[in-house]
Design a protein around this ligand. Structure first.
Ligand code: CAA
Length: 271
């Protein structure tokens, strides 16, 4: 997709305002090399820049997935890490953490479609997405302790937020892998679909549903939820009131409420 740049390790495809971003490094099970991290930063920045009325909101949702049929993403790049100093590793951690924050700040929903392995940094990339659709072949885990490592792309923070402290501790201390059914039971995956095509179709259907809504409102809802995560109830409610106020300044709010009272379908301009 020319608008969002061209990449060596990513494939981008825009269809019906849903962008599918595929990490495409199947020979290394889509491991997040420094090049992949830099390209993810570039791609998500380009998407973020397009999320305005002036730019036409060409993207209303993003699907993140992995190429090759075996893995979503098998983690940080273990080979590259063996030649990093501790300071370089800290930089690597921070640069991918920055990508996860960018995904959380993106004003459109991002769905991870996980088919095969989502391990270590791969699980952490999926956790930065709004929610996860898994296939029956999905496998999740934080195997860092097997390597003498700890999660470095957000797992220590976002896994407990998603599945609770007890389950997160067990997964991170044991490095154990769990299947799709267990991920669903823990609330890590929102849905489990039989195949990759089913999961991609389901994700696109859900994002298509969101695409019909007022995009500024969807973005504000995401901002309020993300902003409240890890905060006190009072702080979260403060952020919610700010988002609510902001929604009142949009034309889309006038259109949505007006259309309701006039008993017609709304037509949102995205401002
Ligand atoms: N980094 C670099 N290369 C990787 C990789 C990774 N994370 N995972 C797999 N590969 C490579 C393998 O080295 C192999 O390459 P070669 O063909 O050149 O040998 C290729 O991908 C295929 O992998 P396998 O032959 O191992 O495939 P398998 O089907 O036998 O096993 C697997 C699959 C269980 C996922 C296994 O590849 C594996 O355990 N991978 C590592 C998973 C892992 O530990 N991830 C966490 C990384 S640390 C981390 O992510 C830190 C952090 O939080 C920031």
């Amino acid at each position: 997709t020319t608008t969002f740049g061209t990449y060596g390790t990513l494939e981008l495809e825009l269809s019906d305002r849903i962008l599918t971003l595929t990490v495409n490094r199947p020979a290394a099970l889509n491991a997040l090399s420094q090049e992949v991290v830099a390209e993810l930063w570039k791609a998500f920045t380009a998407v973020q820049d397009s999320c305005t009325h002036d730019a036409g909101w060409p993207v209303r949702g993003v699907v993140v997935t992995g190429a090759g049929g075996k893995a979503f993403v098998a983690g940080a790049d273990i080979r590259e890490m063996t030649s990093m100093s501790a300071d370089e590793a800290a930089g690597y951690s921070r640069s991918m953490q920055a990508v996860t924050l960018l995904i959380e700040k993106l004003p459109v929903p991002v769905v991870a479609v996980v088919d095969g392995f989502a391990l270590g940094g791969g699980c952490e990339l999926a956790l930065a997405c709004d929610f996860i659709y898994a296939t029956e072949a999905a496998q999740f885990g934080q195997p860092e302790v097997n390597l003498g490592l700890v999660p470095g792309f957000g797992g220590s923070v976002r896994l407990p937020q998603r599945v609770g402290l007890g389950a997160a501790r067990e997964l991170i201390y044991t490095g154990r892998r769990i299947d799709a059914a267990e991920a669903y039971r823990l609330g890590l995956a929102n849905r489990v679909l039989p195949t990759r095509d089913d999961a991609l179709a389901a994700a696109r259907t859900t994002l298509g549903e969101v695409a019909a809504k007022a995009p500024v409102a969807v973005g504000l809802a995401k901002q309020a939820i993300t902003g409240a995560t890890g905060r006190s109830t009072a702080e979260g409610l403060e952020g919610e009131a700010d988002a609510f106020r902001e929604a009142f300044t949009t034309e889309d709010m006038r259109e949505g409420t007006g259309a309701f009272l006039e008993k017609r379908s709304p037509s949102f301009a995205g401002k």
